[in-house]
Design a protein around this ligand. Structure first.
Ligand code: GTP
Ligand code: ZN
Length: 190
């Protein structure tokens, strides 16, 4: 595991003391271990190769867009170590071999890249890059919408703002009609 649980536990005990707390008081005794396990969970994506999810593919001779929309995710902002939470929309147009991957695998990809210290732009790009590299599709479109708690609960304090990022490749980039159709899918029934 990339996260050193014992070390994080010790440091959280230290952090609590630096925050003016008594780490030995009743309510805080188990907190360092709990926080360490939480980071283990939130950063579990570091321990896996996201591409492995895409090794499952089926011959479908489907040559039109496939989109899984509204994939919920939460990630950790690498600037403040607080969450950003939102939804990802992932679409691809199968390659000339007509092979498709499992729908859940697109959500697993989002999960794998969000369970790391991230910025939203990199998360978006990494999902698109992995799909492009492993599936070799004719097009990839990834849209990510998220609220950053570092903008909601502190600093500029603007809850409810949504940051939208996209990564657009292949046919979705070169053919405006294909891109428009995909974006229409993203916004349908909302
Ligand atoms: N581009 C990008 N910026 C992010 C993301 N998450 C947080 N940030 C920004 O990172 C910036 C860090 O700016 P700094 O000025 O170093 O930090 P800060 O003083 O805490 O900034 P404020 O949030 O404006 O108070 C802020 O503008 C955040 O809004 C992200 O996913 N992508
Ligand atoms: Zn932040």
């Amino acid at each position: 595991m990339a996260v050193d649980l014992a070390r994080v536990e010790g440091l959280v005990r230290e952090l609590l003391a630096a925050l003016g707390e008594d780490p030995e008081r009743d309510g805080l005794q188990d907190t360092p271990g709990r926080v360490a396990r939480m980071y283990g969970e939130l950063l579990a994506g570091l321990d896996e190769d996201p591409a492995r999810h895409l090794t499952v593919s089926f011959a479908a001779e489907h040559d039109e867009m496939v989109m899984v929309r509204d994939i919920p995710f939460s990630s950790l902002c690498e600037h403040h170590l607080v969450p950003f939470v939102g939804r990802a929309h992932v679409a691809y147009i199968p390659g000339t071999d007509g092979r498709i991957t499992g729908l859940s695998k697109l959500a697993r990809l989002v999960e794998a890249y969000s369970r790391r210290l991230q910025v939203q732009e990199r998360l978006t790009t990494q999902i698109a890059d992995c799909l492009e590299r492993v599936l070799v599709p004719r097009g990839v479109l990834v849209v990510v919408e998220a609220e950053h708690l570092c903008m909601s609960i502190r600093g500029v304090k603007k809850p409810g703002t949504l940051t939208v990022t996209s990564a657009v490749r292949g046919l979705f980039r070169s053919d405006p009609r294909t891109r428009a159709e995909a974006l229409q899918f993203v916004h349908a029934h909302r």
